[in-house]
Design a protein. Structure first.
Length: 245
């Protein structure tokens, strides 16, 4: 599994980034070849064309488009990790696709918790499906996508939970956090927010004050927690059903 050092240009924090691995149609694990020593760039605006990169399978030579590697820094910046051009052949040792590193099983999940299997995100619908899969992986039961109602921004419901998935190309704003929290308060459930483009500093601050777990989604389909409430949810899992009675 290939790993490269990545420094955040915003807060100058150093990270060890491990490249995601995807299954080629031929069956071989394939990974975007990372560029060691190249500076990561901050993503301030998303376009679907920029979010994909050409990758050649080292086994069969097939060339496909895969999500461009990204890293979410704890400071809130979403970084694009440079990759080598497809013409420069490089190989990455085979590896199974891995889930998030926080693996303490929740109270309602099977023990031990299996690795989360990501779903590559190509559309907004994929983003919602990925969030649903992740919530089930965390241990939430009866995760469903409710019927659309005028003015409703709830994308997923589960036992004791509502969730919103922001699949737009702009960072999620504090108003989204507040509206989701109010919806959860009115129905006496917990709230979780997923965002494809990250969060503004004000949104992160507001979520911290309201204890709303925030997760980012990258195009590899692996959610990452970005605040303390999200880390706690991953480590502890859902509250037991009697807590909502």
């Amino acid at each position: 599994m290939e790993s490269v050092p990545v420094r955040c240009p915003v807060c100058h924090r150093d990270h060890a980034y491990i490249t995601p691995v995807y299954p080629c149609p031929c069956g071989s694990p394939t990974a975007p070849p990372l560029m060691r020593g190249a500076a990561a760039t901050v993503i301030t605006h998303r376009t679907w064309d920029d979010d994909w990169v050409s990758v050649r399978c080292h086994s069969c030579g097939r060339r496909d488009q895969w999500p461009h590697p990204e890293l979410c820094c704890p400071c809130g910046a979403v970084l694009r990790v440079p990759v080598r051009p497809v013409a420069t052949r490089g190989t990455a040792p085979p590896s199974d696709a891995a889930g998030p590193s926080h693996v303490p099983p929740p109270r309602t999940a099977a023990h031990p918790r299996p690795s989360f299997r990501p779903l590559v995100i190509r559309t907004a619908h994929d983003a919602v499906n990925t969030a649903a899969l992740y919530l089930r992986w965390l241990g939430f039961r009866d995760v469903v996508q409710p019927e659309a109602h005028p003015g409703s921004r709830i994308d997923l419901r589960a036992a004791g939970l509502i969730a919103q998935v922001d699949a737009t190309t702009r960072p999620t704003a504090p108003r989204d956090v507040e509206c989701l929290w109010l919806n959860a308060l009115n129905t006496s459930v917990s709230a979780v927010l997923f965002s494809l483009a990250g969060y503004t500093d004000e949104a992160r601050s507001r979520a911290d004050g309201l204890a709303v777990p925030l997760f980012t989604l990258d195009l590899t389909g692996t959610p990452q927690p970005v605040n303390g409430a999200a880390d706690e949810l991953v480590g502890v899992g859902p509250r037991p059903p009697e807590a909502f009675a």
